[in-house]
Design a binder for this molecule. Structure first.
Ligand code: SF4
Length: 139
């Protein structure tokens, strides 16, 4: 299911996040786009963002459902980021923000959660469980 056209996935993501232009995209994604001289995003390790993500999830997000209405698993059933092959940034244009398991930010810090993976989850990242949002075309 993860083999969709990356360009279409990107369009769907932009529609879902309300980010229609490149000018506002960086701010909309909450992405740190400031790299050291000579460093590019592809030079970063796959887990470079882990330090900025808490291992715990705010109650308001832990008790919430995903964008497709899926309930979050109990804490002892969640996968660790490592087990889910979580990485910072998209894979083939797919990101958590377009995943059926993503729980949108509810406390205003621009970071959400996941029904399957523990800890805070960024909408701009990805893991091996990624599956397309069902309701994305209805919005
Ligand atoms: S891609 Fe993985 S971590 Fe991200 S929302 Fe989906 S299942 Fe959760």
């Amino acid at each position: 299911m993860g083999d969709r056209n990356p360009r279409e996935s990107r369009r769907r993501f932009l529609r879902a996040t309300g980010c229609g232009s490149a000018i506002v995209l960086a701010g909309c994604l909450g992405e740190d786009i400031s790299y050291a001289a000579g460093e590019s995003a592809v030079d970063r390790p796959e887990d470079w963002c882990f330090d900025e993500l808490s291992e715990s999830v705010p109650e308001i997000e832990a008790d919430a459902v995903s964008i497709d209405g899926i309930e979050r698993k109990d804490d002892d059933e969640l996968l660790s980021r490592e087990e889910a092959a979580y990485q910072c940034g998209p894979v083939e244009g797919n990101v958590c923000g377009t995943c059926t398991y993503y729980i949108d930010d509810r406390d205003g810090d621009a970071i959400g959660a996941c029904t399957e993976v523990e800890g805070e989850i960024r909408s701009t990242d990805w893991c091996a469980l990624w599956a397309p949002r069902e309701k994305i075309d209805e919005e």
